[in-house]
Design a protein around this ligand. Structure first.
Ligand code: 13P
Length: 250
């Protein structure tokens, strides 16, 4: 990690984890102490576990976040959960616009922007995800897609405190494939440029995470790329030993 921005290693548990997963989370808390000097650690379990994890994490070195929220604070939206509800449970951040939500739930950039604003309304940090599909990459459209998604999903009130951007190439998620470090560098440099142009000094400090098949064996190499300020980790974040090893790679 060469940049001055403090790294953030985030685990996205997706739709995995039961109450019995507390032991794994406790192992993360137990091992996080020495790593906290180098990086911030955040785990986003399914909504069912946010409260229990946040209660367990109180005073510890791993923060707890959520994976999605509704744009509204409350109301007649059966089955949905608001940013305020997650804040109430002790969450500090919420992922919005993950490609799985874009694909499974048809989420648009405009909706993701509303969700990011909802996260801020609750006083939390929004982790806004962007990234191209395989077809888009093959067609040479990676930077165009990232540009469009950033433009549409980010709000004017973005600051380094309330926003984290996660670049996750869709084709790298859960596949074991990763872009070359040169490709990661190109996209992250591009994202940094978009952020600084729009948000000036704040944009220079917004953390840009890389996500997609990050594991202990490739984390250090990816984290060393310029403008990579941490990772958004899926599968490997389910195991404390892997998650902590990834954080150690910062
Ligand atoms: P994997 O680390 O399992 O590829 O998932 C990445 C991801 O989608 C994190 O949000």
């Amino acid at each position: 990690m060469t940049d001055a921005v403090r790294p953030l290693i985030t685990g996205n548990w997706k739709m995995n984890g039961l109450t019995s997963s507390m032991a794994e989370f406790e192992a993360m808390l137990a091992g996080a102490g020495p790593l906290a000097a180098k990086a911030d650690l955040l785990v986003c379990p399914p909504a069912t576990l946010v409260g229990a994890f946040a209660a367990k994490a109180r005073g510890g070195k791993v923060a707890v976040g959520a994976q999605d929220c509704h744009p509204k604070p409350s109301g007649a939206h059966t089955g949905d959960l608001s940013a305020e509800m997650f804040k109430d449970l002790g969450a500090t951040a919420i992922i919005v616009g993950h490609s799985e939500r874009r694909a499974d739930h048809g989420e648009t950039d405009a909706l993701i922007r509303q969700k990011a604003e909802a996260v801020w309304r609750a006083g939390l940090t929004a982790i806004v995800c962007i990234g191209e599909t395989r077809e888009q990459r093959d067609a040479g459209k990676t930077l165009d897609i990232c540009s469009t998604q950033l433009k549409g999903s980010l709000s004017d009130g973005s600051t380094a405190a309330n926003l984290v951007v996660a670049y996750e190439p869709v084709w790298a998620i859960g596949t074991g494939l990763t872009p070359t470090t040169a490709d990661v560098e190109e996209v992250h440099r591009f994202i940094r440029g978009v952020l600084t142009e729009r948000f000036k000094a704040e944009g220079a400090k917004v953390r840009i995470l890389y996500g997609g098949s990050v594991k202990p064996s490739n984390a250090a190499e990816l984290m060393a790329v310029a403008n990579v300020n941490g990772a958004l980790v899926g599968g490997a974040s389910l195991k404390a030993s892997d998650f902590l090893a990834i954080a150690a790679g910062c």
